[in-house]
Design a protein. Structure first.
Length: 282
């Protein structure tokens, strides 16, 4: 690796990092485009900033192909950033097997050391004063990435809750409080309450026009209690019944839309017992 003309290696690394930065930009753009209405203001600003930073990295790394010292600064900055990210993951992700950790860490350390070799720096005309720039930039990036996304206490968007073993957590703690979510057109999707990490009580679900679509009650993450659904809220009822531990139980009525027929089904713990039809809507 330490030859006097490292053009091929540097060009390969530059192409690799440009592709990597491009994928990061695409990921942030996709998350913003997909979940714009569910991102907090701080989260949205961070994702836009992160995409902009990596776009700048992509443009800066092009300097490697033209033997520019600023190309070395940008490519070295990115590899140090990746090294710091991997080191952080090594301490925070338990289900990441030890062998890939060691391999990736060794590769990143080797590449970083290689970029600091005198022969590489001479090839890209890197002065001694430039050696600290990648480290300084990464210190600034650490501050940028430590932005705490602001959420209203006790009313957390479902987007930020993490499902661990069928229980919802917020910032590594079991969540208790209200939750909500939005369709990608900005209309509310649902709202309800979570107790000790599990759905509990009445949840309201809305269609993309913002109208109430159905209501269902939960107990310890299982549908348990009344269920009511509308063709068009509030007067045009479609279905009503009840659940016990996630199973249909008792009388379920389904009303025909714009017709005089009502289907009445009787269930016992999700087993259909009987069905009858009544002509007049109840």
């Amino acid at each position: 690796m330490g030859n006097d003309n490292p053009r091929l290696v540097l060009n390969f690394l530059a192409i690799l990092v440009i592709i990597s930065c491009f994928l990061i930009v695409l990921k942030d753009y996709g998350r913003i485009n997909e979940s714009y209405y569910n991102l907090s203001a701080d989260d949205l600003k961070w994702r836009i900033g992160n995409a902009a930073i990596h776009l700048i990295f992509m443009l800066g790394i092009i300097g490697v192909f033209y033997k520019k010292s600023w190309g070395w600064i940008f490519i070295t900055t990115v590899f140090i950033e990746y090294l710091l990210i991997l080191m952080r993951l090594n301490f925070s992700v338990e289900n990441f097997s030890i062998l890939p950790r060691i391999i990736f860490l060794a590769i990143l350390i080797s590449i970083t050391v290689y970029l600091y070799l005198p022969s590489v720096r001479r090839f890209l005309n890197v002065g001694v004063k430039s050696l600290a720039f990648p480290i300084i930039i990464n210190i600034l990036l650490i501050g940028f990435n430590r932005i705490k996304f602001d959420h209203e206490s006790g009313n957390i968007n479902y987007f930020y809750l993490v499902d661990k073993d069928l229980k919802y957590h917020f910032e590594n703690s079991l969540y208790t409080g209200k939750t909500f979510y939005f369709h990608n057109n900005g209309q509310k999707d649902f709202e309800g309450f979570i107790k000790n990490g599990m759905f509990d009580g009445e949840f309201k679900y809305f269609n993309r026009s913002g109208q109430l679509s159905y209501i269902v009650s939960y107990k310890r993450n299982e549908m348990s209690g009344k269920y009511k659904e509308w063709y068009e809220y509030p007067n045009d009822i479609k279905t009503e019944g009840q659940y016990i531990k996630g199973l249909k139980d008792g009388v379920w009525k389904t009303y025909g839309k714009d017709s005089g027929f009502t289907e009445i089904e009787t269930y016992r713990l999700d087993t259909l017992i009987s069905t009858e039809y009544i002509e007049e809507k109840m």
